[in-house]
Design a protein around this ligand. Structure first.
Ligand SMILES: Nc1ncnc2c1ncn2[C@@H]1O[C@H](COP(=O)(O)OP(=O)(O)OP(=O)(O)O)[C@@H](O)[C@H]1O
Ligand SMILES: [Mg+2]
Length: 368
């Protein structure tokens, strides 16, 4: 961090330690707008070293980023404190834009003269993910309840149709060509029934039964079957498991369903010649898993595919029950997955680039 020496003598080590450890980017400028301080969180956020940045002008640092330029300008030239909390993104050279909020304020000397400005930037990406999870969960619970009620009503007449088709089959002679139609009727009724049962569970799921679950084992088993299903597709499955991950507490059959949905989606996104990579690792930071909950160490399970990707305008809709772009899809896979993750106090992050592929990261708490 630059400029440690220029801090006041009294308590200077305490000040610099705070600046070194705080998780907000703190950047100070002199009255000409040149950088005098760039703390480690700023280095991480901007992906630049403090040595690189020392003495650089803020207009170079925030090139083409109007809001950030404006904030520093107001603090420096109008001596006002100013905050921007609304939809601000930090653009960086080799990384994706980061949702942030930013605060800028003038710095005064003991004599009351202005001597530059300070800007504090906070990374909101984790909070945004959490909000996304909660928003999707909300929508799901309303839709789930409504649809499950409707599904219940549909199930009874369906039973009648199936029974009638079976009776009809019995009445028809063996060689009668109409027999084929009755078989189709029974098969299709069974298919609707299956979808409806899935939906009813979404609205009124069984209580998860928690036990210790070996993630590597269930992922191995799922991939074994998916490899088989992808035989004609030339899809490579790569597994990279961190062996130090302890068993997580979860409902094994629900977790199998979750990862099966995600890995199946990854496989289905690849028309031919692609790769699905499944990786587990302990997350580098603690996550808050919900409002009012304690933050906990997490394990990240990443499922990455080199498939068709998801268009930006479809990103929010993929979690809506029945949203599907597949001919034979039910569109319930991700809605159910989202619910399972929520039951495990987990988080789901989706990153996707059309024509390049999709990465789904499930984060599960290691401690409950
Ligand atoms: N890995 C992925 N790559 C590209 N698109 C995806 C991926 N995962 C999900 N999607 C999109 O999200 C939609 C919804 O997925 P979801 O799993 O809920 O339903 P589905 O896969 O269509 O049907 P089902 O899961 O019942 O077979 C998919 O139809 C697809 O358009
Ligand atoms: Mg699916």
């Amino acid at each position: 961090m630059i400029s440690r020496e220029s801090l006041p003598d009294t308590g200077s080590t305490l000040y610099s330690r705070i600046l070194e450890n705080i998780d907000r980017a703190v950047i100070a400028f002199d009255q000409e707008g040149c950088i005098t301080l760039f703390n480690p969180a700023a280095e991480a956020l901007m992906e630049r070293s403090s040595r690189q940045m020392a003495g650089q002008h803020y207009e170079a640092l925030f090139k083409d980023q109007e809001t950030l330029l404006y904030l520093v300008k107001v603090a420096l030239n109008e001596s006002r404190s100013i905050t921007d909390d609304e939809g601000l993104y930090l653009h960086r050279a080799n990384a994706s834009p980061l949702p942030v909020n930013a605060y800028a304020a003038p710095i005064y000397t003991n004599r009351g003269d202005q001597d530059g400005a300070v800007m504090i930037i906070r990374d909101l990406s984790r909070i945004k993910e959490l909000e996304g999870t909660l928003r999707r969960a909300d929508r799901l619970s309303i839709l789930g309840t409504l649809a499950a009620g409707l599904a219940h009503e549909i199930k009874n007449p369906l039973g009648g149709i199936k029974g009638a088709a079976q009776l009809l089959a019995m009445e028809l002679r063996k060689e009668n060509s109409l027999l084929d139609y009755t078989q189709i009727m029974v098969k299709e009724v069974d298919r609707i029934n299956f979808i409806i049962e899935e939906l009813m569970e979404l609205g009124n799921p069984r209580t998860p039964e928690f036990a210790e679950v070996d993630l590597a084992k269930i992922l191995d088993d799922i991939v074994l079957l998916q490899r088989e299903a992808a035989r004609n597709q030339n899809t490579k499955f790569t597994l990279r498991f961190d062996p130090s991950i302890p068993p997580v507490r979860g409902d094994e059959s629900l977790l199998i369903r979750l990862f099966l949905n995600l890995i199946k989606n990854a496989r289905e996104a690849i028309a031919h010649d692609g790769e699905v990579t499944i990786e587990t690792r302990i997350a580098s930071s603690y996550h808050m898993t919900g409002p009012g909950r304690r933050s906990s160490p997490m394990v990240d399970i990443t499922i990455r595919d080199t498939g068709c990707g998801i268009a930006a305008e479809e990103m929010e809709r993929i979690f809506t029950p029945y949203f599907t772009t597949k001919i034979k899809g039910s569109g319930l896979g991700l809605a159910i997955s989202q619910k399972i993750i929520e039951d495990h106090n987990g988080l789901l992050k989706v990153e996707s680039t059309p024509d390049e592929g999709t990465t789904m990261t499930v984060s599960l708490p290691l401690r409950r």
